[in-house]
Design a protein around this ligand. Structure first.
Ligand SMILES: Cc1ncc(COP(=O)(O)O)c(C=O)c1O
Length: 142
């Protein structure tokens, strides 16, 4: 018998992970679980202008990102989270620390540099803007 999240009826806490844009159809998704004790986690790995129209500032309690889809550096296995709750952020940090037993310094340094270059291209108009460049390449292709 299948289980559908829209018909979830248990009176208990749950975690709902929302991948938006969704894979592989690119649809922007919202939460669907029929409950009111949920912690909603938005996986925004593909929430970049080269993959979808960014029409508003994402503003969820917990938002996950990864450099692998932003710039294509999938081998780094580096991501980050924007989290509104201090205590949730602390628990996530501890969980990550235990799961990874520490992230290697090399990808951390490389990806910090990549993100620095991208953000600098927003400040220095003589530089080509990475996200706009990526968006135009994807538009040309598709
Ligand atoms: C939707 C989504 N979220 C998160 C990840 C994890 O990214 P990574 O482990 O490469 O940083 C992936 C990778 O395929 C993904 O497709």
């Amino acid at each position: 018998m299948g289980w559908r999240c829209e018909t979830f009826e248990k009176d208990e806490p749950y975690i709902e992970l929302i991948t938006s844009p969704n894979i592989p159809n690119g649809i922007i998704r919202e939460h669907v679980v029929n409950g009111d004790q949920g912690k909603l986690i938005y996986d925004l790995a593909y929430y970049w202008p080269q993959y979808t129209s960014i029409t508003s500032r994402a503003n969820h309690d917990v938002m996950l990102f990864t450099i692998s889809k932003c710039t294509g550096h999938a081998g780094s296995r580096i991501g980050w989270a924007l989290v509104k709750g201090k205590e949730v952020a602390r628990k996530m940090t501890k969980f990550t620390e235990i799961c990874t037993i520490g992230v290697s310094k090399e990808p951390q340094l490389r990806d910090a540099k990549i993100l620095e270059v991208i953000s600098n291209s927003y400040l220095d108009f003589t530089l080509e803007n990475f996200l706009e460049y990526s968006q135009s390449r994807m538009t040309d292709r598709w």
